[in-house]
Ligand binder design. Structure first.
Ligand code: ADP
Ligand code: MG
Length: 262
């Protein structure tokens, strides 16, 4: 297969090559009568140092898209690339290595290890990869969490919002190409959620991270630079510089359309 995209280190590539892209990506679950088309040919690109929200009804394929683009699951067909690297061309060992080096993932449940301190949780993936956290970068990330005074606390000694900020810091620690967050504020009250969203926003604005976040919440989506909406495994709408009001309006317009058509 010809190399269609510039290598990540080519001159000017950083400006033009998105952090991640999907091209006609499909994912089927099961077979025969019970087969589900979770992704039905998704083409989307996530530009560097941009914050994108992914919205859409339950079952529209948001989590599947995150998992297939992050290399946590394999697509059925089509292309998923991180920093110009085609995931389908990697064997399992290479995929694991790419995930460790280039991808951060934040889940709805914080997935912290209860016996480790906040700092140990943040740096665990790096240490598992046999790398030391870069001191300057780790200081920057920790300062941005607002948890500098709580680094020796264990998860049970932290609030939900604080735990999720530890999980975001953990995702940022390897300075990944892209951070995927699947409903990161779904389990949080609105005030804790706001802290997590501010942290994600700051990681984009101040640290230059690329963030893609699934959310149901129009207020959360308004923290992003762009909203991509999925329905039935396909992107159906896009909004730039969204306000929560604009996101609500667009969702209502879609519901009305659906009712008229259906
Ligand atoms: P969302 O995150 O938007 O709620 P998902 O990506 O989780 O949607 O799911 C998309 C579709 O794929 C749904 O119909 C869901 O039931 C189905 N699905 C997701 N994961 C699996 C799986 N492991 N096995 C079978 N079907 C699945
Ligand atoms: Mg989901």
């Amino acid at each position: 297969m010809p190399q269609t995209f510039l290598p990540a280190d080519a001159p000017g590539a950083a400006d033009t090559e998105p952090a991640a892209r999907a091209t006609r990506l499909t994912k089927l679950y099961g077979r025969g009568e019970t087969q589900v088309v979770a992704l039905d040919g998704v083409t989307v690109a996530f530009g560097r140092a941009r914050f994108t929200a992914v919205m859409g009804p339950s079952g529209s394929g948001k989590s599947t898209l995150m998992h297939c683009m992050a290399g946590l699951d394999r697509a059925t067909s089509g292309s998923a690339q991180i920093g110009g690297v085609e995931l389908a061309e990697l064997n399992d060992r290479q995929l694991t290595a790419l995930r460790r080096e280039k991808v951060g993932f934040v889940f709805q449940g914080f997935n912290l290890l209860p016996t480790l301190t906040a700092y140990e949780n943040m740096t665990l993936p790096l240490r598992l990869a046999g790398r030391r956290p870069d001191a300057a970068w780790s200081d920057t990330v920790i300062a941005a969490t607002g948890l500098s005074e709580r680094l020796t606390h264990r998860p049970a000694e932290l609030s939900g919002g604080q735990q999720q900020r530890v999980a975001v810091a953990r995702a940022l620690m390897s300075r990944p190409e892209i951070v995927f967050a699947d409903e990161p504020t779904g389990n949080l009250d609105s005030r804790s959620g706001a802290h997590v969203l501010d942290f994600l926003r700051a990681s984009v604005d101040e640290l230059g991270q690329t963030v893609v976040m699934v959310t149901h919440d129009t207020v959360a989506a308004a923290h992003a630079d762009r909203v991509v909406s999925l329905a039935d495994g396909m992107p159906v709408d896009e909004l730039h510089e969204p306000t929560s009001g604009a996101v609500v309006d667009r969702m209502l317009a879609f519901e009305t359309q659906g009712r008229l058509i259906g």
